[in-house]
Design a protein around this ligand. Structure first.
Ligand SMILES: *Cc1c(COP(=O)(O)O)cnc(C)c1O
Length: 388
């Protein structure tokens, strides 16, 4: 065992047989597993790339490749644009309260992440109070067509609970071209691992530390022509916006394959490498297919297990990228996660604020489905070894 791996001192001293261990023990929901091949490619390119100006062609060509690669991966129709900036998804929520919500938004709030954007909109003094539709942890609500709303805020995958939802325009809502609200989707943990139809969204935004196997700190938004038009209209209205959060500035810089201020070049490189890996192997069908296989393995194991149960009741809402597995009262999930960690299998702890006796397992495209199968075998072994 790696002596550098910290663990709680009262963790039972259980050594999982090497034959059961996954080849890679990273199952965290973000930051998530970064492929070794991508790190090696960064190492090989480092001398000519890291530490060079982001205003020069070397870096701009990687940003350009990333933008084109994302347009290809998501089969973006003509007129859609790929925009990026610094600060991650949390920053994008603030940018959206300035640059995308015209007056009033509607939010589906069904976990920690989806509730945060709702709060950001509720606290913005220049906006009306948003409509917030909530549902119990482990489920998701549906958006409701409302002519008084100019942006519907959806979340493709609620990372805190392991619930995914289909990205669809609210039933009966007018198209944005006819005055209906924009559909803006937080896809931070879903993008790249779940299928999506671009005609169903106006804004699909995410960060690269989940399915894109890179580091955090960047946001990306795929914008429909209606979303671009909204950004331009709010800009023209003269609404005061901090420059760092100004989507109009981000749009102008992105068109030049730049960001407003300095990005983390390693993050951009690893992100682009992952998008190439997806596109070279069949695109979203390839990356989502890997998640499908991992999820099938995880949930069928849990359903057959005497001590584990999928937390999300409805099978079609069980996330294929972040699995949440409840364990029975006679097994302490925190101890199981600590033993796994001691054996180099890390970040299976549940989302801290959900407060359940649960394991949470990321199945992003970089995670090998065979490693998910190995993880299930490791959990069986640990639970057996802990039994009195
Ligand atoms: C991880 C995550 C975020 C936060 O992303 P940051 O880049 O850390 O701000 C937001 N929404 C969802 C759904 C996430 O999974």
């Amino acid at each position: 065992m790696d002596a550098m791996i910290p663990y709680v001192t009262d963790t039972p001293d259980i050594a999982i047989p090497a034959s059961l261990l996954p080849a890679d023990g990273r199952f965290g929901s973000g930051p998530s597993k970064v492929r070794t091949a991508a790190v090696e490619a960064l190492g090989a390119a480092a001398a000519g790339y890291l530490g060079t100006s982001h205003r020069q062609q070397t870096v701009k060509s990687v940003v350009g490749s990333l933008r084109a690669g994302l347009a290809e991966l998501f089969s973006l129709p003509d007129g859609y644009e790929v925009v990026l900036g610094n600060g991650g998804t949390t920053c994008f929520w603030d940018a959206a309260t300035f640059g995308l919500i015209e007056r009033r938004s509607q939010h589906l709030s069904f976990g920690e992440f989806s509730s945060k954007f709702a709060t950001a909109a509720a606290e913005a003094p220049h906006l009306d109070q948003p409509a917030v539709i909530t549902s119990e942890a482990g489920t998701h609500p549906m958006a409701v067509a409302d002519p008084d709303v100019d942006l519907y805020a959806l979340t493709h995958n609620e990372t805190s609970t392991g619930v995914m939802m289909d990205v669809v325009r609210p039933d009966g809502a007018a198209a944005p071209a006819d005055g209906g609200g924009l559909v803006a989707v937080d896809a931070t943990s879903g993008a790249g691992g779940l299928r999506v139809d671009p005609s169903q969204f106006d804004v699909y935004y995410f960060a690269p530390q989940k399915c894109f196997g890179s580091d955090g700190g960047l946001w990306v938004a795929l914008l429909s022509p209606a979303a671009v038009e909204r950004i331009e209209r709010i800009h023209a209205s003269g609404r005061w916006t901090p420059a760092f959060l100004d989507l109009h500035i981000a749009l102008e810089n992105s068109r030049l394959d730049q960001t407003y201020n300095t990005p983390a070049l390693a993050t951009v490189f690893l992100f682009d490498d992952q998008v190439r890996w997806f596109n070279d192997n069949g695109g979203l069908e390839f990356s989502a297919g890997r998640c499908d296989r991992s999820a099938e393995i995880l949930y069928s194991w849990a359903e057959a297990s005497p001590f584990a149960t999928p937390f999300v009741a409805r099978a079609d809402e069980r996330s294929r990228v972040v699995g949440t597995i409840d364990v029975s009262d006679d097994v302490d999930a925190a101890t199981v996660a600590a033993v796994l960690r001691r054996n180099g299998v890390v970040d299976t702890e549940p989302y801290r604020k959900l407060g359940r006796n649960q394991l949470r397992i990321a199945m992003f495209p970089a995670v090998d489905p065979e490693d998910v199968a190995a993880l299930c075998a490791c959990v069986n072994y640990v639970v057996g070894a802990l039994a009195p």
